[in-house]
Design a protein around this ligand. Structure first.
Ligand SMILES: C[N+](C)(C)CCCC[C@H](N)C(=O)O
Ligand SMILES: O=C(O)CCC(=O)C(=O)O
Ligand SMILES: [Fe+2]
Length: 410
């Protein structure tokens, strides 16, 4: 990529138009003092602008720069939408010249159009920065870590009326993948209100708000008194639900505790111990299925994706599908890999089943839990007696959007 000679050129230049004509000075490096401690220097290379910002090298392709132009004719700041027609940009476009002043660089394209970028904006939006950064900071936990953190629950009254209470609830939710609201009236309506305070409810085949008990009203083991091992829900959706909300409205009987396991904690342990297993579970797509054919309910859902989904640019884990009940036929793996996949799955299962990773809680009426269904697995102990659970699902996009609107990193 570096076809040009590296030649450090000038001292800090301010308020001076730089003679950065490509043909005459293809490798000239220009240095600008941006803020007291940040210095930026740049060179126009053959196909990209090379920026050195705060000691970190970054690269911006010219076609990318033209496409990300924030001039009035290219981008509407009111709607935050692009108006430049990307399909009409010459893919080999190169600026005729570049000039820098303070934190701003101005590129002049053939034909005269100018694009202006601040160095700090470029640095923030560079691939190099994206690769280094974490999309969502999290605190991974086992039972002790979570208990010792003493994460406060939100309280219904304040939660419903006070934005700072909602914000700290969202922050806890983002960090730990679970968050609680206490003192909620024990009705479906109040559970709906507390959820809507966060965001939009996702209606699914189970309804909008569901209120279920062990009456076998649906073709799924959740509607029984049986114990359920740790799992993520709706793994059979192409986009599994982002949040699961549970509120136990009533339980007259024994058992029925809720099990919570931080799936990402277990997966990161696996990544450390056995990177090949982690990689296999992240690479191989499998399917989950929900087939229901009961009186009044006919459904056939199918979701395809790996057990672990990671962002390709930084390998950060963002979604786990783990539901051994709903896992469907495996026919997406060649037979030579099947055994390896089962070994990797076994290793992950062993991590998920370590007793120290299990957080057991009894959901008592009035206490609403929000579970990040892309990260935290839930299960339950078998129970006796009447147990009435209500809740709903939310889409992950919606809760993340709510968090971002409070300036939380999500
Ligand atoms: C929560 N609610 C009772 C409505 C539905 C339960 C769905 C259970 C299904 N096996 C799954 O894991 O997705
Ligand atoms: O009954 C419970 O506590 C949870 C059952 C379950 O896994 C579900 O409804 O998704
Ligand atoms: Fe479930």
């Amino acid at each position: 990529m570096f076809c040009t000679l590296h030649r450090l050129v000038r001292p800090a230049l301010r308020r001076q138009l730089l003679p950065a004509t490509l043909d005459s000075h293809p490798s000239s490096r220009h240095t600008v003092q941006v803020r007291a401690k940040t210095s930026a220097s740049f060179r126009l290379l053959e196909d990209c602008l090379e920026l050195n910002y705060d000691g970190k090298p970054m690269h911006f392709n010219y076609v990318w720069l033209r496409d990300h132009c924030r001039s009035a004719s290219s981008y509407d700041p009111a709607t935050h939408q692009r108006s430049v027609d990307t399909g009409s940009i010459d893919l080999s476009i190169r600026p005729d010249s570049a000039a820098a002043e303070d934190d701003l660089i101005t590129l002049t394209w053939p034909g005269g159009h100018q694009s202006q970028f601040s160095f700090s904006w470029l640095a923030e939006n560079s691939y190099e920065e994206k690769k280094r950064a974490t999309v969502q900071p999290r605190i991974l936990w086992n039972a002790d870590v979570y208990k010792n953190a003493n994460v406060p629950s939100a309280k219904w009254d304040r939660f419903m009326s006070c934005d700072s209470e909602l914000k700290s609830f969202l922050q806890n939710y983002l960090l730990y993948g679970i968050a609680f609201v206490d003192d909620v009236p024990t009705t479906v309506e109040a559970t709906e209100s507390v959820t809507q305070r966060v965001s939009v409810i996702r209606e699914t085949t189970y309804g909008r708000m569901w209120n279920f008990t062990s009456d076998f009203s649906r073709g799924d083991s959740a509607y029984s008194q049986l114990a359920l091992d740790r799992h993520t829900d709706t793994s059979y959706f192409q986009e599994p639900c982002g949040i699961q909300v549970f509120h136990c409205l009533k339980h007259e009987g024994t058992g029925g505790r809720t099990l919570l396991v931080d799936g990402f904690y277990a997966a990161e342990k696996l990544r450390q111990r056995s990177p090949e297993d982690f990689e296999l579970l992240a690479r191989v797509p499998i399917s989950h299925e929900y087939i229901e054919n009961t009186e009044g309910h006919r459904n056939h859902m199918k979701g395809i994706g790996p057990v672990l989904s990671i962002y390709p640019w930084n390998n950060e884990l963002y979604l786990m599908r783990y539901n051994n009940y709903d896992r469907s036929v495996i026919n997406s793996i060649p037979h030579g890999t099947v055994r390896r996949w089962y070994e990797a799955h076994r290793e992950l299962t062993a991590e998920l089943r370590r007793p120290e990773n299990e957080l057991w809680i009894k959901l008592s009426p009035g206490r609403v839990i929000f579970i990040d269904n892309w990260r935290v697995l839930h299960g339950r102990e078998s129970f006796t007696g009447l147990r009435q659970m209500c809740g709903c699902y939310l889409t992950r996009d919606d809760i993340l959007s709510a968090a971002r609107c409070f300036d939380l990193q999500a």
